[in-house]
Design a protein around this ligand. Structure first.
Ligand SMILES: [Cu+2]
Length: 68
């Protein structure tokens, strides 16, 4: 998964807490979950999407937007 224009902190990967891991892309294994913290410090539009083309073709993408 890729969040454009932001860096997020990976705080949980497959149930295991993590800290200090800053990323803008994270690989989510099948049937696993990750949890991230995002600081809303870049107002405007930011695409959030899967990097697997098949998933994007089937709608696994969104546009995040917030104002200052
Ligand atoms: Cu995907």
């Amino acid at each position: 998964m890729h969040l454009h224009r932001h860096t997020f902190e990976l705080v949980r990967f497959d149930g295991r807490p993590t800290a200090g891991v800053m990323k803008d892309v994270v690989v989510v294994p099948p049937w696993k979950q990750v949890e991230i913290d995002v600081t809303a410090s870049q107002p405007g539009l930011a695409p959030f999407h899967c990097h697997q083309q098949f998933h994007m073709d089937n709608g696994f993408m969104a546009m995040m937007r917030y104002e200052p």
